[in-house]
Design a protein around this ligand. Structure first.
Ligand SMILES: Cc1cc2nc3c(=O)[nH]c(=O)nc-3n(C[C@H](O)[C@H](O)[C@H](O)COP(=O)(O)OP(=O)(O)OC[C@H]3O[C@@H](n4cnc5c(N)ncnc54)[C@H](O)[C@@H]3O)c2cc1C
Ligand SMILES: *[C@@H]1O[C@H](CO)[C@@H](O)[C@H](O)[C@H]1NC(C)=O
Ligand SMILES: *[C@@H]1O[C@H](CO)[C@@H](O)[C@H](O)[C@H]1NC(C)=O
Ligand SMILES: *[C@@H]1O[C@H](CO)[C@@H](O)[C@H](O)[C@H]1NC(C)=O
Length: 426
């Protein structure tokens, strides 16, 4: 490939934009990003008021890359007002979750990153007095590290978009940027063009598929991804409550998957969510689970009842002072999961000029400052062998049932299909 090649990137989330920016940095002259909507895309997975930035992983590869990204979030002045540095608490109660935490702290030890053990609930409360109310009776334990934080995802994406525009990336958004399908060159099986919903064709030498949870609509994934909806909720905080909860850590309960952020200083809300197995929305499109495609100006104020109950039950234990407060808004947000939780950053097995940069598996946002660098290394076939292997397109899940066991970080009940009534409200 050559910097004169034209590269069409489908999807303007963290994968697509970070890739576009890196391509322009490397001198590519013809980079076009297409999307259903102008980024930040309101229902895109990369867009919300917050995303967790941590380098706690049981896999040392992601821990190392996440620390690399964290250092940029923390030090680069362009992320001021976007990245909020703060402490975290990683908690587990059952043995399953504790094993996950032990693996994470083993990795931190291996990388020489200190952490503070919190062997029981008293120790957790001593570090973070705002937690648990007066109830000290459950068998929870965990650890914390002062070096983590969260980012205002929407602002980070807007910044990345502006950097892309300044770097010379072209954007096509709306119906003219919504890809209906790829048109194949019958002889070579290469992608000849992307056909848009407006009936136009966008030609390119290379196509990069970064359409997040929508990606399986556009290329066969051979059961190596599944799109799942995850629940979240917001509580508006009064001035007094903003003060009460100002020292709330980034809290992740790896048993239930429940997690919360410190209050957002501008949105003045508390956000809680569940990192779980999620919900599927099977469609007539090859029986695949997919998010709705209609453009919306914001996420629908809907989450399934059992999901809302899980959000509430976390609140009851962890922040009992808010247990009875109604949520001001709920929503679902889409993960593009792989069986192992690994991203897919590789050429597609069927089409030699189609590259995939997707399958964030619910944890890709934090890599924003470094993700494009690795995607472009994959694209140029210069990724170190270890990463190339980690992110390869896997055919081994083809014809296999439910291989989606994740990276050990998920909690709560099994994945289930939305009911028809729920689907109608999404
Ligand atoms: C509730 C929730 C919480 C999360 N929390 C965290 C966290 O705390 N920390 C973290 O690191 N990660 C987190 N993640 C994961 C992270 O946000 C995702 O892995 C990442 O944002 C995925 O980015 P993406 O570029 O693949 O997808 P997206 O941002 O969804 O981008 C895909 C884009 O493709 C576009 N598109 C789709 N179809 C088409 C088409 N046919 N034509 C043109 N364009 C199309 C869409 O409009 C969209 O803008 C979370 C995710 C969710 C949903
Ligand atoms: C967390 O990790 C960072 C990076 O290794 C380290 O500098 C810091 O001291 C750690 N904090 C705690 C509380 O262990
Ligand atoms: C919560 O805050 C948002 C933003 O300020 C506002 O639009 C909404 O009406 C509030 N909700 C309630 C129930 O007060
Ligand atoms: C995906 O797996 C299902 C079984 O769960 C199987 O019926 C189907 O053929 C598989 N699809 C592909 C493309 O491998």
């Amino acid at each position: 490939m050559h910097t004169n090649s034209s590269v069409v990137i489908v999807g303007a989330g963290v994968f697509g934009l970070s890739t576009a920016l890196e391509l322009t940095r490397k001198g590519y002259k013809h980079v076009t990003v297409v999307d259903r909507h102008v980024p930040p895309v309101p229902d895109g997975s990369s867009v919300d008021i917050s995303r967790v930035i941590r380098f706690d992983y049981r896999d040392p590869v992601y821990a190392r890359l996440a620390k690399e990204a964290f250092d940029v979030w923390h030090a680069d002045p362009k992320f001021r007002g976007i990245f909020y540095h703060g402490p975290n608490a990683f908690i587990a109660s059952k043995a399953y979750g504790r094993t996950h935490l032990e693996k994470c702290t083993d990795v931190l030890d291996g990388l020489g990153h200190p952490w503070k053990p919190m062997p029981n609930q008293e120790a957790i409360k001593a570090t973070f007095p705002i937690l648990y109310g007066d109830t000290i009776n459950s068998a929870v334990s965990g650890y914390c590290n002062a070096s983590s934080g969260w980012a205002d995802a929407q602002k980070a994406i807007a910044l990345l978009r502006n950097e892309c525009i300044e770097g010379g990336v072209s954007f096509i958004c709306g119906k003219k940027g919504t890809i209906a399908s790829f048109k194949l060159d019958k002889k070579t099986s290469k992608i000849a063009a992307a056909q848009t919903e407006s009936g136009d064709e966008i030609q390119g030498d290379y196509f990069i598929l970064s359409a997040g949870a929508w990606s399986p609509m556009l290329a066969p994934m051979y059961n190596s991804t599944i799109s799942t909806a995850q629940v979240l909720a917001f509580i508006n905080l009064s001035d007094a409550e903003m003060n009460t909860y100002k020292d709330l850590p980034l809290y992740i309960d790896y048993d239930s998957g429940w997690f919360c952020f410190p209050p957002h200083p501008e949105a003045r809300v508390l956000k809680v969510a569940v990192h779980g197995w999620g919900y599927t929305r099977k469609t007539s499109h090859n029986d695949l689970s997919l998010p709705p495609t209609a453009i919306r100006s914001k996420r629908t104020d809907f989450a399934p009842e059992d999901g809302v109950a899980r959000l509430r039950s976390g609140l009851k234990t962890i922040l009992p002072s808010l247990a009875d407060r109604s949520f001001d808004r709920v929503a679902v947000c889409w993960y593009n999961d792989t069986p192992s939780g690994n991203f897919i950053i590789d050429y597609h097995p069927d089409h030699s000029n189609l590259f995939l940069a997707t399958a964030g598996s619910g944890h890709a946002f934090k890599f924003l400052p470094v993700l494009g660098k690795y995607v472009v290394q994959g694209f140029e076939r210069t990724l170190p062998a270890e990463l190339q292997n980690q992110w390869r397109f896997r055919m081994e899940y083809k014809d296999q049932e439910n291989e989606f066991h994740g990276d050990g970080s998920r909690g709560g009940p099994a994945r289930r299909e939305f009911t028809p009534q729920e689907k109608a409200r999404l």
